[in-house]
Design a protein around this ligand. Structure first.
Ligand SMILES: NC(=O)c1ccc[n+]([C@@H]2O[C@H](COP(=O)([O-])OP(=O)(O)OC[C@H]3O[C@@H](n4cnc5c(N)ncnc54)[C@H](OP(=O)(O)O)[C@@H]3O)[C@@H](O)[C@H]2O)c1
Length: 276
């Protein structure tokens, strides 16, 4: 299955759907990754914090697909903030993944109490200028964190991976990102933890289009150009999660989905929460 792409300001074409890998470990992770690639996934989302970069690398190798055709996306852990630390962490991630360059490298969390996000951002820009990473980006950044990076360096991240689903539409940060050419990619895009999938509007739309509630949540994102990285270890669900491009919501459907937004205060607050 061919997954549509969006063009990033870095020049890279990024698939709108990738495979999330949080909580996948060891050989089951490698097998799930390899299967996903064989059914059409070309973007893989991991992080040093997930402790599975080696398994993701094995999955790529075992899929038989050329690494050059894959987009490998991983993240800088909170404990590795800082210029030298970030340079070393990116090299360590690449070594674990078994790749000679990283396609998309994200600062996982801003961790404002450390006061090092600009140092880390400078490291990512240096690595990008050297060609070691293709797209420098961030995750869980709010408007003022993004602005701080730009003010210090004159360069916006090409992508910000944020918690986002119909239940957490994140309108303010998405508007700011759109105005500055920053691609929005959604983590936890199924909205499962928000107990949104049993909502009457989601069920009505699932019946209307002959799709699952998960596909309704994912379609809401990709129809607006928001990328998604749903995680599934299950072969059938991996296929289901990329089967999103043969139906289109009309304006009334989108309005119904907009009504599910619980507002910014319901999302994880990266000024308060820090992950290391
Ligand atoms: N940047 C960050 O701070 C951050 C934070 C969290 C996550 N992430 C990334 O985003 C990815 C996705 O987020 P997530 O894993 O929290 O949530 P998610 O992808 O929205 O949901 C994953 C859960 O939904 C199930 N699932 C997936 N597709 C399904 C389907 N079609 N039908 C029924 N169940 C389905 C999976 O179970 P099965 O595996 O059994 O199918 C799994 O339990 C992560 O894996 C990770 O790569 C990033």
């Amino acid at each position: 299955m061919q997954i549509p792409t969006v063009d990033l300001t870095s020049g890279q074409a990024l698939p709108l759907v990738g495979l999330g890998t949080f909580d996948m470990l060891g050989m089951p992770c490698a097998q799930a990754v390899s299967h996903a690639i064989r059914v059409g996934y070309r973007l893989l989302d991991t992080a040093s914090r997930y402790a599975n970069e080696r398994s993701v690398g094995i999955g790529i190798e075992e899929s038989g697909i050329d690494r050059a055709d894959m987009i490998v996306q991983t993240k800088l852990g909170g404990g590795d903030h800082g210029f030298d630390e970030a340079i070393n962490a990116a090299k360590d991630s690449a070594r674990r993944l078994g790749v000679s360059y990283i396609d998309v490298y994200l600062i996982h969390w801003p961790c404002p109490s450390l006061g090092r996000m600009v140092d880390s951002w400078n490291a990512l820009l240096t690595l990008a200028d050297e060609g070691f990473i293709r797209t420098p980006g961030v995750s869980n950044f709010k408007v003022h964190h993004l602005q701080a990076l730009y003010d210090a360096t004159g360069r916006w991240p090409a992508i910000n991976q944020i918690q986002c689903s119909p239940a957490l539409a994140r309108c303010e940060v998405r508007e700011f990102m759109e105005a500055n050419g920053i691609h929005a990619q959604a983590w936890h895009p199924t909205g499962r933890k928000e107990a949104m999938l049993g909502d009457a509007e989601i069920i009505r739309l699932a019946r209307k289009y002959g799709k699952s509630p998960t596909q309704i949540a994912l379609r809401w994102a990709v129809q607006q150009g928001i990328g998604v990285v749903p995680k599934s270890s299950h072969k059938g669900r991996q296929r289901e999660n990329i089967d999103l491009f043969d139906f289109t919501f009309d304006a009334d459907d989108m309005a119904a989905l907009e009504s599910l937004d619980r507002g910014e205060q319901a999302a994880r607050d990266s000024d308060v929460e820090e992950e290391f």
